[in-house]
Design a binder for this molecule. Structure first.
Ligand code: ATP
Ligand code: MG
Length: 559
């Protein structure tokens, strides 16, 4: 696996290991809530947690923080397991759920009640909010705050037994309603929800709040370094309070900035809206920044890990340009994806002087970057397809490709020269007539004459037909989270994020391409066989990324 670049968290961990803290052990965890699919931001956290553990000879757990049955589903659990594995990480037999700890958490709640540190409160959710105060105004104590330990024990027990309706009571920590940190103003520990849980079924009708469950779950697992994103910084004093009051193992929490990526959103709430409101075809739509989406699109785990390593880890939030992610994808695919020829918008070409019925097999190089990739045979015949864009009837100065009277090279084949153009009744070009020079077989002229362009092509009778889906950014705005007054982030959706090309022509070696296979279509980009819609005999390809390196341009512009 890749070697991680130094960052402030790695430095802290290295120092702890050297100092023999936690017995020199490093135990981390990745703790998703199963209320949505993982996205590229989660990948940053996964790479960091699993990466540090691996680097320091420790291990990393996968734990579902499944404390809210109303939003959580088995589908999300399954997808998360698949995605973390796909990224290349292994949690061994340490797959845990916060719900495994419900009994223990309940016991600890009883302990806090007995210590006079927790009480049952009858205020409604709205009243609790009112009583909580604001950043500038201290909170007000609940009238139920001073219930006796016995009364609290009795009420909490009856809450668990299901005697009270949803929302009628909560268990709250008794901390400080005047605290400068709102999280410390008697936060709710348990709420009543008469709802089945995806794992515990109907065993419970009270559920712990995330903030009550998270730190203790880490503690139970003996986590040494509890790494999380910045929004938990203000919750840390609360986690500390629970751990210290209970006197249990105290992991060290370290916060880092979330990843934000340009031209997309990485909030589960927003992604869920895109899915539910039909802006995309699902969580795995190839335009989504979810791991399921980018996997289907054709991004590789290697590229994503490399990206996560490159963006580094800091405390300050920033917006990472999508160009960098695409650069990493291209960099990897350039090494591993075989080159093929595919014509996305076909224009028919007839080689007038090529013998009728003749065909020949020409040698093509599979990947110039990989000497072991070898060569393959590509059939050539009298009727071919080239890319529509590679021909212009009246070319402007900078256009060097095919035009009437002009000669170009067909990759691995011959020089051809355009002799005439056939148009339909609307004046649209439907066919070109060309001649070829048999002496240029393989792509070079023995007399040394040069051409200014090399085009890709396919032989018409041999070609297979396929659908190709081209993608653009899902949002036109660089930061769609930055929403102007009166607008919604969905107002920035790119109406042209998907273009479907139905009758592309591919060289026949692509016939047996399997879902998930990745190729470079010469001059057109990197493509992946769609894992949902592609079928043998009717292939569907996704464009993973173009060949144009936008990132290099961005970097140049910055200098
Ligand atoms: P929600 O928006 O529902 O709170 P979340 O995005 O925080 O969800 P979790 O399931 O709570 O998702 O996240 C699991 C872990 O991934 C957490 O430790 C969280 O800090 C981390 N994480 C989530 N989003 C990002 C991000 N954009 N960049 C880096 N880490 C992230
Ligand atoms: Mg979260």
């Amino acid at each position: 696996m890749e070697i991680s670049t130094p960052n402030f968290i790695r430095t802290i961990v290295a120092e702890d290991v050297n100092a023999g803290k936690h017995g020199g052990k490093v135990i981390t965890r990745f703790p998703p809530e199963p209320n949505g699919y993982l996205h590229i931001g989660h990948a940053k956290s996964i790479c960091l947690n699993f990466g540090l553990a691996a680097e320091f000879g420790g291990y990393c757990n996968l734990r579902f923080d499944d404390t809210n049955p109303s939003k959580e589903e088995q589908e999300y659990v399954d997808s998360i397991i698949e995605d973390v594995r796909w990224l290349g990480f292994d949690w061994g037999d340490r797959l845990y759920y916060a719900s495994d700890y419900f009994d223990k958490l309940y016991e600890w709640a009883v302990q806090l009640i007995k210590m006079g540190k927790a009480y049952v409160c009858d205020l409604s959710a709205e009243e609790i909010r009112e009583y909580r105060g604001t950043l500038t105004k201290p909170g007000k104590e609940s009238p139920y705050r001073n219930r006796s330990v016995d009364e609290n024990l009795d009420l909490f027990e009856r809450m668990r037994k299901g005697e009270f309706p949803d929302g009628s009571k909560t268990l709250r920590a008794k901390i400080d309603m005047a605290s400068g940190n709102i999280n410390m103003r008697d936060p709710v520990m348990y709420r009543i929800k008469h709802e089945d849980h995806h794992r515990t079924g109907n065993k419970w009708c009270i559920y712990p709040m995330y903030d009550y469950a998270h730190g203790q779950s880490d503690s139970i697992e003996g986590i040494t370094h509890s790494i999380c994103t910045m929004e938990y910084e203000d919750h840390r004093p609360l986690y500390d309070w629970y751990l210290d009051e209970l006197g249990i193992h105290h992991p060290q929490q370290i916060e880092f900035a979330r990843l934000n990526l340009s031209h997309t959103v990485v909030s589960k709430r927003k992604l869920l809206r895109l899915v539910n409101e039909g802006y995309v075809s699902g969580w795995n739509d190839p335009r989504m920044p979810t791991l399921a989406g980018i996997r289907r699109r054709g991004y590789t785990p290697e590229a994503i890990r490399n990206f996560c390593n490159r963006i580094g880890v800091a405390k300050k939030e920033s917006l990472v340009d999508m160009g960098l992610l695409e650069y990493c994808v291209r960099e990897h695919l350039n090494k591993v994806a075989p080159r093929m020829m595919a014509v996305l918008r076909p224009l028919k070409v007839v080689i007038d002087n090529y013998p009728e019925g003749q065909e020949e097999l020409l040698d093509a190089i599979n990947n110039p970057e990989d000497p072991n990739a070898g060569t393959r045979k590509v059939p050539f015949s009298k009727v071919l397809y080239i890319e529509k864009d590679d021909f212009m009837e009246t070319p402007p100065k900078q256009f060097f490709r095919l035009a009437p009277g002009r000669e170009v090279r067909l990759r691995y084949a011959y020089f051809i020269k355009c002799e005439s153009v056939v148009k339909d009744e609307n004046g649209e070009i439907v066919e070109l007539h060309c001649t070829y020079d048999p002496a240029t077989r393989g792509g070079d002229a023995p007399d040394g004459r040069k051409v200014k362009a090399t085009l890709h092509w396919v032989s018409a009778p041999h070609a297979i037909e396929a659908e190709v889906r081209l993608y653009d950014y899902l949002f036109v705005k660089e930061d769609p989270n930055d929403v102007e007054e009166g607008k919604d982030f969905t107002d920035y959706i790119n109406p042209k994020s998907l273009e479907v090309l139905k009758s592309c022509r591919l060289e026949p070696s692509l016939k047996d391409a399997k879902p998930g296979d990745r190729f470079q279509f010469e001059r057109m980009g990197y493509f992946c066989v769609d894992s949902v819609d592609s079928k043998p005999g009717s292939l569907v390809f996704n464009r993973i990324v173009t060949l144009k390196d936008e990132w290099a341009k961005i970097q140049k512009g910055k200098k």
